[in-house]
Design a protein around this ligand. Structure first.
Ligand code: NAD
Length: 487
């Protein structure tokens, strides 16, 4: 804990052109530990001027620096070095991430930081494997394509899993030779600043990775409208994604958007009910339900409904203990802020008024401080209720009973989101047909929330476009150039 406190005390500057810079305005904001409601540290509140400085540094680094020009193998080696430093700092980074987000240390240590290392190593390996093609011309010409970096990329990220959600963009953007300006969410800016320290320690060339902390409507807007930014890679709410797309249109920036979800998790009667209950609990309790792919609409076939719910409630109560994120036994920490807790409690009240049946939680545990909420389950939810339509982003599950195959497919797809879905059945034909008919970027069969650096992840419909993970990301950070030699 002391390590983390010392660590965060050092990050009270912006990181621009590999220098630690104080904001001109002299303005700072507090980042709050959601478990104690106390300020962890002060973080600079950048404005347009600092954002412009960061863009200029990234532009210079891209246009005249070594990064985009070096041998891709050497770029890969640098990213491997960064991964090694992240791995060495696992304890410190996990503490910082847990303090800043309220995410249990049990997960930041074993999942977030190791996954961040995997992301860096996976994309470091890709750096020299991004090929163009030779085109089939006649003998009078030689024509080929070259995959070049896009240029200056703005990376705008949310607060719910800041380190991983940032590195899934930063790693491929760096591997492909771009230079970056990162604007982390104001609730959770610390891991981005720690990552800047790590890049500096590893020797990343000047101006390649810049961090500007500050509000979305000033820093974020400046990045999305700035003529020297070539691409915006964004993760956050669907409504913010729409604003970004509109603003980016002015300079026709490339845009990738990873947005919200209201994912259906379907349990057929012939599935492994015990395993399904374990994953259904994880699907809405992990990270306090503050996960884009949360399985927040649980469709349960009517004939096993009572039996299944008994198992589900047992798993929630036994496996998902609410408590201090620093306690290694804790699996559910606090929500990110007082405001967000208030919004989630508001949804719970609406659910009761709409006639859904509250069967678990709905209240705060007895901690004196912190934005805690007990995992909450509503049964007898209609797919038309607000509980089933809006992304609550908290540990709140809507159970929707169903009778028929076509009925559940129709209801599962009846949402403007399309991020993820889950299905439990031992009938592989049924599993296959379900997976094919669901309108979602990822469908998990007999598991839920399986993520891997190699498996593309992203949204259909208003859950966004573009993908994270895997090789599908690489074209999102490169331009294809055709070079035609007339002989
Ligand atoms: P948010 O949209 O409020 O903020 C995300 C980021 O955008 C923050 O850094 C914020 O400061 C910035 N921002 C806000 N307004 C902006 C503007 N006008 N221009 C530019 N930047 C702006 O989202 P949040 O509350 O931080 O995160 C939660 C949301 O993120 C949820 O909807 C969740 O589903 C989504 N999410 C999606 C994925 C995915 O992979 N699809 C992953 C994680 C989270």
């Amino acid at each position: 804990m002391d390590n983390a406190r010392t660590a965060v005390a050092e990050v009270q500057s912006l990181f621009i052109d590999s220098q630690w810079v104080k904001p001109d305005s002299g303005r700072y904001f507090s980042t709050i530990n959601p478990a104690t409601e106390e300020a962890i540290t002060q973080v600079p509140q950048a404005g347009e001027r600092e954002t412009d400085l960061a863009v200029a540094a990234a532009r210079r680094a891209f246009d005249t620096g070594p990064w985009a020009r070096m041998k891709p193998l050497d770029r890969g080696k640098m990213i491997f070095r960064i991964a090694d430093v992240v791995e060495k700092q696992l304890e410190e980074l996990s503490l910082v991430e847990s303090l800043d987000t309220g995410k249990p240390l049990a997960f930041t240590r074993t999942r977030d930081v190791p996954f961040a290392v995997d992301l860096l190593r996976y994309y470091a390996g890709w750096a020299n494997k991004i090929y163009g093609t030779t085109l089939p011309t006649d003998e009078s010409a030689l024509a080929c394509t070259i995959r070049e970096p896009i240029g200056v990329v703005a990376i705008i990220t949310p607060w719910n899993s800041p380190l991983i959600l940032s590195l899934m963009k930063i790693a491929p953007a760096l591997a492909t030779g771009n230079t970056l300006i990162h604007k982390p969410a104001s609730w959770t800016p610390l891991s981005a600043l720690k990552f800047a320290e790590i890049c500096q320690a590893a020797g990343l060339p000047e101006g390649v990775y810049n961090v500007v902390t500050g509000p979305g409507d000033t820093v974020g807007t400046r990045l999305t409208t700035h003529p020297d930014v070539n691409k915006v890679s964004f993760t956050g709410e669907t409504v913010t994604g729409k604003v970004i797309m509109e603003k980016a249109a002015g300079t026709l920036k490339r845009v990738s958007l990873e947005l919200g979800g209201k994912s259906p998790h379907i349990v057929f009667a012939d599935g492994d009910l015990e395993a399904a209950a374990t994953f259904a609990a994880k699907g809405f309790c992990l990270n306090q339900g503050q996960i884009c792919w949360a399985g927040s609409r649980l469709f349960v076939e009517e004939k096993v409904h009572d039996r299944f719910l008994e198992k589900l409630l047992r798993h929630v109560q036994d496996d998902w203990k609410v408590g201090d994120p620093m306690d290694p036994k804790t699996c559910v920490g606090p929500l990110i802020s007082q405001k967000h807790l208030g919004d989630v409690l508001g949804y719970i009240e609406t659910g009761k008024k709409e006639g859904a049946k509250l069967i678990l939680g709905g209240d705060k545990p007895p901690m004196k401080k912190g934005y805690y909420l007990n995992p909450t389950v509503f049964d007898e939810v209609e797919n038309s209720m607000k509980l089933a339509r809006e992304e609550i982003f908290g540990p709140v599950l809507a159970v929707i009973p169903f009778k028929e195959f076509d009925e559940v497919i129709e209801k599962a797809n009846d949402t403007f989101y399309g991020l993820a879905a889950g299905v439990w059945t031992n009938d592989m034909k049924k599993a296959y047909h379900t997976a094919r008919r669901l309108k979602a970027g990822s469908v998990w069969v007999n598991c839920y929330g399986a993520l891997d650096v190699m498996a593309p992840f992203g949204g259909f419909k208003q859950s966004g476009f573009g993908r994270e993970f895997g090789q599908e990301v690489l074209p999102l950070y490169t331009e294809t150039k055709t070079v035609w030699f007339q002989m």
